[in-house]
Design a binder for this molecule. Structure first.
Ligand code: MG
Length: 176
C-alpha cells in the first residue's frame, strides 16, 4: 500500500498564493496557533493581513478553524475579517464538516494548512480535504500542544526521511 504524502512548508507565509490557485483551492482553512501567529496574540500581524488580501485577490477565501477558545479566535478573526470556527476539536472533523456543509462547499475546493500532524493533518484526513503541514511559526506552544509535539516530532522526522512530506514546491499543481 502506498503511504499518503502531504505537502510541507516552513510556514503558511512562504507558500506562493499561486500554489493554491493551481491546486484549485477556493477556500483555505488555516489553523491559528503557530500557523498564522503565536497563541498569545489576540490581533493579527501584518503578514496575516497581506496573506488574506493576496488570497482574496485571486478569489480564495480564508477561514480560521482553531481548537482555541472563542474569545481569542474571535478577536483575531474579527480583526482579519474572516469567518472562523473556535473550539474546533481537531483531530475530530465534526466542526469542519459542518462548516463545509453550512457553506455548501465542495471538498475538492477546500485545503487546510496547519502546523500539527495530530490535530491538523488528522482532522483534514477525517474531513477528506487536502492539507499542507507547516513548521511552527514561533518557538512557544500552549501546554496542551507540548503533549502533541512529543508524538509529532519523531513521526514528522520519520515521514521526512521516507519522503512523505515533500516541499510544497515539489508538488506544485499536482495536489488534486
Ligand atoms: Mg497550531
Amino acid at each position: 500500500m502506498r503511504k499518503k504524502v502531504y505537502a510541507h512548508a516552513l510556514s503558511i507565509y512562504e507558500i506562493d498564493v499561486d500554489f493554491f490557485v493551481k491546486s484549485n483551492v477556493k477556500v483555505l482553512i488555516a489553523d491559528l496557533d503557530n500557523t498564522l501567529d503565536s497563541y498569545r496574540l489576540y490581533h493579527p500581524g501584518q503578514r496575516a493581513y497581506d496573506l488574506k488580501e493576496a488570497l482574496n485577490k485571486v478569489g480564495i477565501k480564508l477561514v480560521i478553524i482553531s481548537n482555541n477558545k472563542g474569545k481569542r479566535v474571535g478577536s483575531y478573526a474579527h480583526d482579519l475579517d474572516v469567518p472562523y470556527v473556535w473550539s474546533a476539536r481537531k483531530p475530530f472533523a465534526g466542526k469542519i464538516n459542518r462548516f463545509i456543509k453550512d457553506n455548501n462547499l465542495n471538498r475538492d475546493e477546500v485545503m487546510l494548512v496547519g502546523d500539527q500532524l495530530m490535530t491538523d493533518v488528522g482532522a483534514a484526513n477525517r474531513a477528506k480535504i487536502r492539507v499542507v503541514l507547516t513548521e511552527k511559526i514561533v518557538k512557544e506552544d500552549q501546554w496542551t500542544t507540548h503533549i502533541n509535539r512529543i508524538f509529532d516530532r519523531p513521526l514528522r522526522k520519520r515521514m521526512m526521511k521516507k519522503g512523505l512530506l515533500p516541499d510544497w514546491r515539489k508538488v506544485y499543481g499536482q495536489i488534486k
